[in-house]
Design a binder for this molecule. Sequence first.
Ligand SMILES: Cc1cc2nc3c(=O)[nH]c(=O)nc-3n(C[C@H](O)[C@H](O)[C@H](O)COP(=O)(O)O)c2cc1C
Length: 381
Amino acid sequence: MNIVNIEDFCQAARRRLPRLVFDYIDGGADGEITLRENVRAFEDISFHPRSAVNTPAPDLGTTVLGTPISLPIILAPVSASRMFWPRGEAVAAGAAGEAGTIYCLSTLSGMRLEEVKAAARGPVWYQLYLCGGRDIAAESVQRAKDSGYSALVVTIDTVVTGMRERDSRNGSKEVIARRLWPMLPYLPQILSRPSWLLGFLADGGMMKLPNVMLADGPMPYADVAVTLAQSAVTWDDLKWIRRIWDRPIVVKGIQIADDARRAVDAGAEGIVVSNHGGRQLDSVWPTIRILPEVVKAVGGQIEILVDGGIRRGADVVKALCLGAKAVLIGRAYAYGLGAAGARGVRQSLEILRTDVHRTMKLLGCPSVRDLNASYVSRDRW
Ligand SMILES: Cc1cc2nc3c(=O)[nH]c(=O)nc-3n(C[C@H](O)[C@H](O)[C@H](O)COP(=O)(O)O)c2cc1C
């Protein structure tokens, strides 16, 4: 298939992956209102280009928390990437580094954080959930420090896992529990994707979570929902995390200006305005709509990143115009990973890079660091 944009990769992933894996990536919480709005809200922003300006080679490079990156797009933490493609986390980290940007590894990954760091060709961040409690988390934080992760991303919007209706309908719980009878009705969707299945089995089958080392070994994937509900991060935990991690901290999941101020007070160096890609609380505002008020509240004191709904280079440029230093993408690379592994992630990033480059030229703006609110207007907010 001729892949032209991220939506094409979405369709390619749909064809290669069993429905329950594809929907795990693609789906959102409850009625998926926020999932749709995250994407749609970018349509409410229009550009105001400067014409007759020659910008032959717009500079896409910027610096995030002191780390130079060659395009303002970071790979967001995406759990269970090993289910999308063999050794998925290492594959994505490698492709991010090749593209000159940062990969952020989820706590809920199927690969050891040390292996992912070794496979990465660029800087890597570690996203922290307090699964198993503080002592268990402290061990993984120490491992992340020892192996050279340069920032810790603390996700604060997961006090309980959102209700992903597609996962329930596809029998995710039954399949992950691997009890034959309950799982039988859901097997045809898996057997109908033999090339995925062969790769999955050759890669060790159902993974465990080797970055959450419990007393009896790595946490089973089946325990994620219960464990997350028992280990919600609070502002108190952030103070504790600040004491055990001396490199930059990024608080992910900010949705109101007050919480952005609290993150500054907690000693974070960065925040991600994020609603978890519409996978947690449904009916919250799309993130791009919240960004300006967060920038107004804490801009200049802390680096502000945003994620949610970014599917085109123009979306990246709009987010930067509204004050983000860079963006994170989740699905926009996860589809590529699920469709074609390293090649898919590479090509997804290349599509976005080319989009950003062309948009900058058409805007008449020489550098992503020069983007500001004068290049856009918000039409319907
Ligand atoms: C399949 C999937 C798994 C995710 N897992 C995590 C995770 O483990 N930790 C986390 O902080 N965010 C997680 N997220 C949220 C992303 O980091 C990011 O906030 C979101 O995907 C951004 O929206 P987008 O997919 O529209 O780009 C996940 C998202 C997806 C799609």
